[in-house]
Design a protein around this ligand. Structure first.
Ligand code: NAD
Length: 491
């Protein structure tokens, strides 16, 4: 390990306590935790699970992280063998291959697993792994349904394990910086966020995942892929298209709502401090991509939060060169970000001085860029595990579940023609009714103050309305007489 990469891991982990335990990797460990090293196994080292999970952890191992990569479970023989071979080549570990992850959990005395399977397996494998005593890194979207997301949070709280949800952009320093500025009241009352994830493809979104002749019922355990026995998806015949391009079908994912929107939504929640929405509606349709898919090629989610903030996520999979801006709006100004996550600054755009009552200036606010957010996200997880502090993970399951509630209820709203409420006290989803609009009308009629984002320190800055003198003339006339001012009129 060279000093540059060791420093890279130290910096990426960001936890001093963990950093002090770093040492050069020694020979592969033979027993669980015998030398203070973490025994890690992979579940579903396919596209992401191989390219990001196996590769990043091999790199972290050679950069000095105290991790042993000991096993890989995949229902597809080709992916399983590739993971085992790469681990051997890059780290020297003789990782063992498994078809069923439950055998791996039973036999390998693992400290942690990385889950990179299709979405319909995430919750079950996460909960099984935590119950088997493992810390978990699980790909986004954290789960396939809101109910599963709440079960994962319950298991996380019960077991006290470190769980990192794989939205790697939550490890970008930018979003904590934005949250600090918002909480300090830089924008005044926070009103809206909007974000996007546009794409375009000549062959139809996600059809670029190649079908391969090697994919057969002999090389793939189809029952274990479907999870029908486990109640995870209905039975259907083996089909290479479904295996390779499962994102196009509701049984396994929820199209762009969850595959893509969850990235940007999670960081918007992180930046604003918002969590579960109060009311969610989704829209969209399949307007061009008639290729046998279930999921829309145009989609929008509108989520309203009890803090009095609205979130908009909107995109198409058939146009990407003219995206909507990614931003957060407040009463006194906006933060305008670049598209995606690869930017080194963002803009503060103030509102007019007639509104803000003093001149605010445009600003360019610098942010720290990362070379590899996935590597940093894994390093953060390792640091949290070493410190045994689940709260140190940059994307904990409670944030993951809140993001799922936004994007998944958006998809459900589109599919089932409903608007949903989320009740934070009962932690439950319900069909929407008029109570959402009624509560705001009552607030307005009572001339109350606005709700603020969590952690708000801005006082009344940017949060109160001016009352023009002539409003004293407002109010109902009684017996042909003008009102004696609002207080007298009881308004
Ligand atoms: N964070 C990111 O930027 C990012 C990028 C791509 C994908 N992902 C996520 O990663 C996950 C996987 O996506 P992908 O494109 O790599 O899919 P994939 O189909 O390429 O890989 C999934 C792998 O899981 C295996 N598998 C399926 N069921 C299994 C089971 N029960 N036990 C063990 N292995 C099983 C498959 O054989 C395959 O090798 C998805 O949830 C996706 O949303 C995240």
């Amino acid at each position: 390990m060279d000093n540059v990469s060791r420093r890279g891991f130290l910096r990426a982990g960001g936890v001093v306590a963990a950093a002090s335990t770093l040492a050069l990797p020694t020979a592969p460990a033979s027993a669980a935790g015998s030398n203070g090293r973490l025994r890690i196994g992979f579940i579903g080292p396919g596209g992401r699970g191989y390219g990001a999970h196996v590769k990043s952890l091999c790199k972290l191992n050679t950069d000095g992280a105290k991790i042993d990569l000991v096993a890989a479970a995949d229902v597809y023989e080709v992916h399983r063998d590739r993971a085992v071979d790469t681990i051997k080549k890059e780290t020297g570990f003789d990782a063992k291959g498994y078809v069923d992850y439950r055998d791996m959990l039973a036999k390998e005395k693992l400290d942690a697993v990385c889950i990179g399977t299709p979405d319909h397996w995430h919750a079950k494998q996460t909960i099984d792994s935590m119950n088997a005593g493992c810390h978990v890194y699980c790909e986004k979207p954290m789960t396939h349904t809101v109910e599963e997301a709440l079960e994962v949070v319950a298991a996380w709280k019960k077991t006290g394990k470190c769980m990192q949800v794989g939205v790697q952009s939550t490890s970008l320093p930018c979003w904590n910086q934005v949250r600090g500025l918002l909480q300090d009241g830089k924008l005044g009352k926070v009103m809206m966020f909007q974000t996007e994830y546009f794409r375009n493809s000549a062959m139809g979104q996600w059809r670029y995942y190649k079908l391969d002749e090697k994919m057969t019922p002999k090389t793939i355990n189809w029952d274990l892929w479907l999870g029908t026995k486990e109640g995870l998806s209905p039975a259907r015949p083996f089909d290479r298209e479904v295996y390779a391009q499962w994102r196009r079908f509701w049984d396994f994912g929820s199209g762009m709502y969850t595959d893509l929107f969850v990235h940007r939504t999670t960081v918007m929640l992180k930046a604003t401090g918002l969590r579960f929405p109060g009311r969610v509606v989704g829209a969209g349709g399949i307007y061009l991509e008639y290729d046998g898919r279930d999921v829309p090629d145009v989609a929008t989610v509108v989520a309203d939060f009890p803090e009095g903030v609205q979130g908009l996520v909107s995109s198409t999979m058939c146009n990407q060169e003219s995206r909507i801006q990614q931003l957060i709006r407040g009463h006194y100004g906006s933060f305008v970000f670049g598209n995606g996550e690869d930017f080194d600054s963002f803009e503060f755009i103030p509102e007019r001085s007639q509104v803000t009552k003093s001149k605010l200036n445009n600003e360019t606010i610098k942010v720290e860029k990362l070379k590899d957010s996935t590597y940093t996200h894994f390093a953060n997880w390792i640091s949290a595990m070493e410190a045994d502090k689940p709260e140190l993970c940059n994307n904990t399951p409670d944030l993951g579940a809140a993001a799922i509630a936004v994007v998944n209820l958006g998809a459900k709203s589109y599919r089932f023609g409903k608007v949903f409420h989320f009740d934070r006290e009962k932690m439950a989803v319900a069909d929407a009714d008029s109570s959402w609009s009624k509560q705001w009308e009552q607030r307005s009629h009572a001339r109350g103050k606005p709700n603020q984002i969590p952690g708000w320190k801005g006082g009344d800055y940017g949060s109160l309305l001016d009352e023009p003198d002539y409003m004293s003339l407002a109010g109902p006339w009684v017996n042909g007489q003008p009102p004696k001012g609002r207080d007298a009129a009881g308004g």
